[in-house]
Ligand binder design. Structure first.
Ligand code: TEU
Length: 557
């Protein structure tokens, strides 16, 4: 059986700080805003907060371009605010993890400033700098950026090309350099000493690049939409570097090896964002006995084969079912998986499944039941608990995301209508602010919000959902309370009924107490469609039609 560590039984809650709550009316959410709303998160019943980046940054990519890992972006607040938030979480029995972006730094980071001045010196070796002729000559290889264009930038002053898999202000760190690896381990240790409980590591599977940075295969490039991915999505030293980082960074030096608890876990939780990593490599990255990471995000759950978030299509909940069934069937007995359907990079799942507002609450509850009662660690993204949906952006000017803006510009150059795909897939759908109540700006800010609100449905603010016992918010609270009371719903086994049925999802969760032999067994079923569905006769309980997206939870005696 898997070791019952805290993060296997926990529910995580991702906060996108700039869009959560603004305490000083500058239009940008901040750490004090989170402190002021900590009880909302605690009342949800979650065990750990994950904050998207709050570090010093020129904000080219909403903080995923860090210029100082030991300083807080002024708009977000101060280190004292973070210390207060850490205390606030721990006092409520919750842990707090941060989002660490160490595949790349901002071009305003001191290391990069030094590298430009002396490309052959110490800090020049912290990045991928290559000689060559300036544009219009070709860059060192044919890799493309995830944010459009080539993955190389010409540095006039240094007379070098610099690698950037993301925006041109996000320069890739050279993890083959042990000094870089030591710097990252020191950053992690510095934050653990402040009481932080771990990190979500941004695109951490990209850190090891194939030696010589060879050209990407043209066919793979077309398939993956980005050229060169095969040379870094699972690079030659990835496992080695992660195991080293776990030992040198994530292992606390000031507590006994069996220490557990907020602010004092012997090994801080290590969660990898790993785009492109499949189930098998994911098992290698998180296997208990390999000493690498604890959890990863496998993004296959977000789109069925042949689809990307840029396609304007209806996401079938049968894909969520088949992903979970497939994943569980390929896990070893001690393996564990993360359970997520949204984050700050993806459109809202309710809108992908059912844009018809009459189904908004039902679909919100169906998603909650699948995510919170499957076997694994759920990650709720802020707003999911109040059935947040995509935005009706009026035009491209309403968008803020560098990826969307670049993609629109690229589409225009290529003569493609980028607006439909960007309005379908823009990450900004998940980045409009939390809706707290029906005061101006939904209680998010007393100023001008950094990104506008573009959906005006009623009944889906925290205040309204609080007051409605049948709301999605109270459904989330109820499910999380059930998880806390019944180990069958966290560490319990899972068994699927009719795993191949696309319109209905039914599964058992069961736990037998090793001391008393007492068995606790549950059966959960969800109608995955907007039609009425008759469960199979093999499903326990009275046989009756399920309403559209209906959830039925049965505790068996
Ligand atoms: O995201 C990387 C990632 O997988 C997505 O951005 C995806 O690659 C991209 O949208 C293309 O489909 C992480 C962060 O979550 C994201 O917010 C950052 O912009 C990115 O890394 C760079 O740090």
């Amino acid at each position: 059986e898997p070791t019952p560590t805290w993060w296997k039984q926990a529910v995580f809650y991702q906060v996108y700080p700039r869009s959560f709550a603004d305490s000083d009316d500058d239009g940008m959410g901040d750490v004090r805003g989170i402190i002021n709303h900590l009880d909302h998160i605690a009342d949800l019943g979650v065990d750990c907060l994950w904050l998207s980046p709050i570090f010093a940054s020129p904000d080219l990519d909403n903080g995923y371009d860090i210029s100082d890992y030991r300083a807080v972006m002024p708009e977000m607040g101060t280190l004292d605010d973070v210390d207060e938030l850490i205390r606030g979480c721990h006092e409520r029995g919750m842990r707090l993890i941060l989002d660490l972006v160490v595949n790349h730094t901002s071009d305003e980071h001191e290391w990069f400033r030094e590298a430009r001045q002396d490309p052959d010196g110490k800090y020049g070796q912290y990045y991928f700098l290559r000689g060559g002729d300036p544009p219009p000559a070709d860059p060192p290889n044919n890799w493309t950026s995830f944010f459009s264009g080539p993955a190389w930038r010409w540095l006039e002053d240094a007379e070098r090309w610099a690698l950037h898999l993301f925006a041109n202000g996000q320069l890739d760190l050279n993890w083959d350099n042990p000094e870089v690896r030591d710097e990252v381990a020191d950053i992690v240790q510095w934050w653990l000493a402040r009481g932080i409980d771990g990190f979500r590591l941004d695109v951490i599977n990209y850190i090891s690049k194939r030696e010589g940075l060879p050209d990407g295969n043209e066919f793979v490039g077309q398939l993956m939409e980005f050229r060169g991915v095969e040379h870094y999505f699972h690079g030659p030293h990835l496992h080695e570097y992660l195991a080293e980082l776990r030992r040198n960074g994530f292992t606390r030096r000031d507590v006994p090896p069996d220490s557990v608890g907020p602010g004092r876990d012997a090994v801080a939780v290590m969660i990898g964002e790993t785009p492109g990593i499949g189930i098998e490599v994911g098992r290698l990255l998180t296997a208990e006995d390999r000493g690498e990471m604890d959890l990863i995000f496998n993004f296959d759950v977000l789109e069925p084969a042949g689809r990307t978030r840029w396609h304007d299509y209806r996401y079938p909940l049968s894909h969520l079912k088949s992903h979970l069934v497939e994943y569980q069937s390929r896990l070893g007995s001690t393996d564990w998986m993360s359970l997520f359907v949204e984050n700050h990079d993806n459109p809202r799942m309710i809108s992908k499944v059912e844009p018809d507002p009459q189904y908004r609450t039902a679909v919100g509850k169906a998603i909650a039941a699948i995510q919170l009662l499957s076997r694994g660690t759920p990650f709720i993204y802020q707003g999911q608990e109040i059935a947040a949906v995509n935005q009706d952006f009026p035009d491209a000017l309403a968008l803020r995301d560098v990826e969307s803006v670049n993609r629109l510009a690229e589409a225009e150059v290529l003569g493609r209508d980028g607006l439909v795909e960007v309005m379908a897939g823009s990450r900004d759908h998940a980045r409009t602010p939390m809706r707290w109540d029906n005061t101006p700006n939904y209680g998010f800010t007393g100023g001008e919000p950094w990104i506008g609100f573009h959906e005006d449905s009623t009944g889906f603010t925290v205040a309204e959902q609080e007051a409605d016992p049948e709301s999605v918010l109270n459904f989330y609270r109820g499910l999380i309370r059930m998880r806390r009371r019944h180990k069958a719903l966290t560490m319990g086994s899972v068994r699927f009924v009719e795993p191949d049925r696309p319109d209905w999802f039914g599964w058992y969760r069961e736990y037998v107490d090793p001391d008393t032999g007492e068995r606790d067994r549950w059966f959960i079923q969800v109608n995955l469609t907007r039609h009425r569905v008759l469960p199979p006769t093999s499903a326990p309980g009275p046989l009756r039609l399920l309403a559209p997206y209906e959830v039925r939870i049965l505790q068996q005696d």
